[in-house]
Design a protein around this ligand. Structure first.
Ligand code: IPD
Ligand code: CA
Ligand code: CA
Length: 271
């Protein structure tokens, strides 16, 4: 399996260098949806990654954000996000990455999340642990929700239907705080290396979370959906955590699902 991970690392590094060249020129954005941005950098990075994957692994299928599904004959499938955090990238906000993951027969076996700005390469292989620039990483030891630092996100697509503000409010009331940095794969990598204790989000795509969820598991953490049921990369929502606070998040969120939040959103009154 090492050669798969080594390939993913070298392709992510190459795509990361290309993205850095685009970043210096601050590329114009276009809209895929009402507020859903894409840039020439997303497309160029994806073209590079597809080219490299096809030449190394011609029988592998690929699911890539900008060009969709590319079916092939084997039971291997790559998930490709050529630029995760496009909105940040388009505004020169320094939180974005390139992420690749490989699934075999329905099981994620390898993943990388590469942050070119910090030259941080997060990697994971099933059963072999998670690493940052070659050093083993582990989730945090925060044992109580009340002492956790969390992250979440608010996807651009279908934002009018997103109920996350209710979950955000409860989590903000009982934790050290919530970060909303805008690059889901990095959020997950940060849970894996202990910079964050937990993360949740609605409406992620498979390429956003394929590598990062494997990384969290391999770093000793846990993943589920937002009701505590088993996680899948095709699922509608995700919680990833250090494992120790997982039940605390699920039970806090259960109150929100049931319409009985512990602390209601304050009313806005006259000054
Ligand atoms: C987005 C980012 C963002 C998350 C969105 C994703 P993109 O990916 O990961 O943090 O909130 O759900 O779609 O579109 O920049 O690759
Ligand atoms: Ca993404
Ligand atoms: Ca993307």
């Amino acid at each position: 399996m090492a050669s798969y991970l080594e390939s993913a690392v070298s392709i992510a590094r190459e795509a990361g260098s290309l993205l850095l060249q685009f970043a210096e020129r601050r590329p114009a954005f276009e809209l895929k949806g009402e507020f859903d941005l894409v840039t020439a950098a997303d497309r160029a990075s994806e073209a590079l990654i597809l080219d490299r994957l096809r030449s190394r692994f011609p029988t592998h299928s690929i699911l890539a954000e900008e060009t969709g599904a590319h079916a092939a004959s084997s039971d291997f499938r790559w998930y490709v996000d050529p630029l995760d955090g496009t909105t940040n990238f388009a505004h020169s906000f320094p939180m974005w990455n390139v992420t690749l993951a490989l699934e075999q027969a329905g099981q994620m076996i390898a993943g990388v999340v590469y942050d070119p700005l910090r030259d941080e390469m997060f990697t994971a292989e099933r059963g072999a642990g998670a690493y940052l620039n070659g050093r083993r990483i582990h989730v945090s030891k925060a044992a109580r929700f009340e002492e956790s630092l969390l992250a979440t996100g608010f996807p651009s697509r279908r934002r009018h239907e997103n109920v996350n503000v209710h979950f955000f409010h409860q989590a903000a009331m009982f934790s050290h705080g919530i970060r909303r940095a805008g690059a889901a794969a990095l959020d997950l990598a940060y849970v894996a290396c202990g910079r964050l204790d937990g993360f949740w989000e609605f409406g992620l795509n498979p390429w956003d979370m394929a590598a990062g969820t494997l990384m969290v598991i391999e770093a000793g953490g846990a993943c589920s959906d937002m009701k505590g049921q088993p996680h899948s990369v095709g699922g509608p929502h995700l919680i990833a955590s250090n494992g120790l606070i997982h039940e605390g998040i699920v039970s806090l969120f259960a109150e929100v699902w049931n319409g009985k939040p512990r602390i209601p959103l304050p009313q806005i009154g006259p000054e």
